[in-house]
Design a protein around this ligand. Structure first.
Ligand code: SF4
Length: 462
């Protein structure tokens, strides 16, 4: 957090220099954290297959000494699980995290104690993270007691010092957490996190439970403490304004993966990944002119991490999802057809309700004489636009299959004509300065896409 509130400062140069100079303080490689469902003894006896919930699915990043790396994304994207797994508060499924060059998952004994001393966390909710039965003096002193730091008198003196550093009075030492405001409680949590003089803090939504005015005070405090103690931060937040004003670099997460990472100014001024663009577009604007401009906000639900989409995980919502090369179609029309296709593939359409009572499914099918009306009614339900004639015909051909509840046939018609490289190939993040995991930045995709498409068609026909 080497910025002031208005932007970059000379200490940005310090951070950049530290990148060039040395190894990162924290190096995360291919970190995975899966949770398992249907994995109990009873499930196994019943023959249920375990289902992996891929909360974190192969993330890699570095954090350099003295910098603040932001981790941003929608709720449920895996950012908090990443922070907890990185600190060994959860066991990883796979991957490696190095702290000062040592794999933290191999640490034991004194080395593990050292790591736990050096890497601390501040949680989102100061209301529940403090024991209500302990005075704040005891709360802050607890880590010192547990680790046997100094004498009792030295520990108490350190607590007094810490409380003053975070802007609280030593007179408040014997009061209880419920006697403090939300902002003050978060200051207490920060003092406790600093008690053992760590080098690295994971700040998990540290201000999201606070009023806006208090948020700024706590962020300023974290900024001051970073400068004073040369702290390194991983700041987890869904709030882009917090990220922008606090972080040096930012990693954007979507459905368990990092889709873009780079310097915070570049990400905000020139985002590359369509998800980052959509996130930025969804931030409320202060000025009327900005509020009134056309905005492409995020639509659709985040898919389940139990069954993430093939290829690019953002493809089910991406406004720039890539059409087949030989297809002449406007981007918005293609997105609309892909939305219809997704609903058909997931059978997320109630055919019986189309047109109210007008269509009777006799023996599971619409009578031949009513098919055209059924298709028109269904199209009106699923699409909010007129398509060019060629695409309209193809869509009607697919929808007509649904008149006989032939879901697979309808999906196949649309897949044959509209399958995207974005669903066949997983985009890699790469290792440039400002990489984005999107095929729009990968020229090789187009070269090899034809062979992929041929293979895909062959696979389906065999
Ligand atoms: S790979 Fe395709 S679907 Fe994914 S973000 Fe890029 S354009 Fe969108």
């Amino acid at each position: 957090m080497s910025t002031d509130r208005s932007g970059r400062t000379e200490s940005d140069g310090d951070v950049a220099a530290s990148h060039a100079d040395g190894d990162p303080l924290v190096r995360v490689r291919n970190l995975e954290k899966y949770f398992w469902e249907n994995d109990s003894l009873v499930d196994r006896l019943l023959g249920e297959e375990p289902v992996a919930v891929r909360a974190v699915d192969g993330v890699s990043f570095d954090i350099y000494e003295g910098e603040t790396l932001g981790l941003v994304g929608e709720s449920g994207c895996g950012k908090s699980t990443t922070g907890e797994t990185l600190l060994r508060l959860q066991d990883p499924t796979d991957g490696r995290v190095e702290f000062e060059g040592r794999n933290v998952y191999d640490l034991a004994g004194d080395a593990l104690t050292d790591f736990r001393t050096n890497a601390q966390v501040v949680f989102q909710d100061p209301f529940s993270s403090l024991d209500p039965r302990m005075t704040i003096g005891d709360v802050v002193q607890q880590p010192l007691d547990v680790h046997g730091v100094g004498t009792a008198a030295e520990r108490r003196e350190r607590v007094r010092d810490l409380l003053e550093r975070v802007g609280l009075s030593v007179d408040q030492l014997d009061r209880y957490p419920h006697e403090f405001s939300g902002g003050q409680r978060q200051r207490i949590a920060i003092a406790r996190a600093l008690a053992l003089e760590p080098d690295f803090l994971v700040l998990d939504e540290p201000t999201s439970a606070l009023d806006v005015s208090v948020q700024a005070q706590v962020l300023n405090l974290l900024d001051d403490l970073q400068a004073e103690f040369n702290l390194t931060y991983l700041l987890i937040s869904h709030d882009l304004s917090v990220i922008r004003h606090v972080c040096d670099r930012v990693a954007v997460m979507y459905l368990g993966e990092i889709v873009e990472i780079g310097p915070v100014d570049e990400i905000f001024e020139e985002p590359k990944h369509p998800y980052t663009e959509a996130l930025l577009e969804s931030v409320p604007r202060a000025s009327t002119a900005e509020r009134d401009r056309d905005r492409e906000t995020l639509t659709g639900d985040v898919p389940s991490p139990r069954d993430p989409p093939s290829g690019c995980r953002f493809r089910t919502r991406c406004p720039k999802v890539i059409p087949p090369e030989d297809l002449e179609i406007e981007q918005d029309d293609y997105r609309a057809i892909m939305d219809v296709r997704q609903r058909i593939e997931s059978r997320d359409v109630t055919l019986e309700s189309v047109g109210g009572e007008a269509f009777a499914f006799e023996d599971g099918s619409i009578p031949e004489r009513d098919v055209d009306d059924f298709v028109a009614a269904l199209k009106g339900r699923l699409l909010d636009r007129e398509l060019p004639a060629r695409h309209d015909r193809l869509l009607e051909e697919a929808l007509a299959r649904l008149a006989s509840s032939d879901w697979d046939g309808a999906a196949e018609v649309l897949r044959d004509h509209y399958e995207s490289v974005c669903e066949r190939r997983h985009p890699d993040l790469g290792d440039e300065d400002h990489p984005a995991a999107c095929h729009l930045y990968d020229d090789s995709v187009y070269a090899s896409d034809e062979s992929d498409a041929d293979r895909s068609r062959t696979d389906r026909s065999t």
